[in-house]
Design a protein around this ligand. Structure first.
Ligand SMILES: Nc1ncnc2c1ncn2[C@@H]1O[C@H](COP(=O)(O)OP(=O)(O)O)[C@@H](O)[C@H]1O
Ligand SMILES: [Mg+2]
Length: 236
């Protein structure tokens, strides 16, 4: 499946409009970041694209849908299973043998190797979020849907996990939801802000498009962050 994925439509919640008619296009091999105030419908959009049920009533269509790896906003780890068992949940549910080399590599890369046999309750919030990220990264799907994947991480880990995710998903279609303008500026090929008025596109930092993640002090990065902050301030 090489074409774009397009969501077109509007949504209502309890008789009131959640978001007006909009069109969101995801391109193969491109990273799209969606920002916006809480409650505006970002997770709803992501779940619609994943083909999951939503509370809102959606009138519209999604074309070019494809199998997705989802990292939900809530880590959603199974409390009785170990970290390693949680990370390999996908293959185990499908009845296939988890790739042990891949599991070990992802445990190492996410800094969870020493925690592989622990249960989620024995982890910090940031460790739980990394376990959820690791579980999504274990999957090999054409589309990755990441709902605030780095929000609970300290700044150093956040940067490391951004670097890791960007390098592993270099050739994938990605939709990431974020509240962090710097993160959006670092990682994205396309940036949108969702407000009650609809979707607004913001140009990512101007560059040749090859360097991901971009350096923090890269050209045009501050302009992009400032534009996003101004839009987000105006929207709340
Ligand atoms: N399970 C649910 N039942 C009822 N309302 C919900 C449910 N999930 C989300 N909503 C409502 O839908 C709206 C959009 O939610 P969501 O898409 O999660 O927003 P965002 O991710 O932008 O913060 C919010 O007003 C929220 O309260
Ligand atoms: Mg959300």
């Amino acid at each position: 499946m090489n074409g774009p994925l397009i969501l077109e439509g509007e949504a209502c919640l309890a008789g009131a409009r959640l978001f007006p008619p909009l069109r969101l296009t995801l391109q193969p091999g491109k990273w799209l970041t969606l920002l916006g105030p809480s409650g505006v419908g970002k997770t709803t959009l992501l779940r619609l694209i994943a083909g999951l049920p939503v509370a809102a009533e959606f009138r519209g269509q999604i074309t070019g849908a494809r199998p997705a790896a989802l990292m939900a906003q809530d880590p959603g780890l199974l409390p009785w299973a170990t970290v390693a068992q949680n990370i390999t949940l996908g293959p185990r549910l499908r009845g296939t043998r988890p790739d042990q080399a891949r599991l070990q590599a992802i445990l190492d890369q996410t800094g969870l190797a020493d925690h592989a046999q622990k249960r989620p309750a024995q982890l910090s919030g940031g460790q739980r979020q990394r376990a959820a990220l690791a579980r999504a990264l274990m999957e090999d799907r054409p589309l990755f849907l990441l709902d605030e994947p780095f929000s609970a991480l300290d700044i150093a880990l956040r940067h490391r996990m951004q670097d890791l995710t960007a390098s592993l998903l270099r050739d994938h279609m990605v939709l990431m939801i974020s509240h962090d303008p710097a993160e959006a500026a670092r990682l994205s090929d396309h940036i949108y802000v969702l407000t009650r008025a609809g979707l607004q596109q913001v140009s990512p930092p101007a560059d040749d498009g090859r360097l991901r993640p971009r350096p923090l002090d890269g050209p045009d990065t501050r302009r992009c962050e400032a534009e996003l902050i101004a839009l987000l301030m105006a929207a709340t």
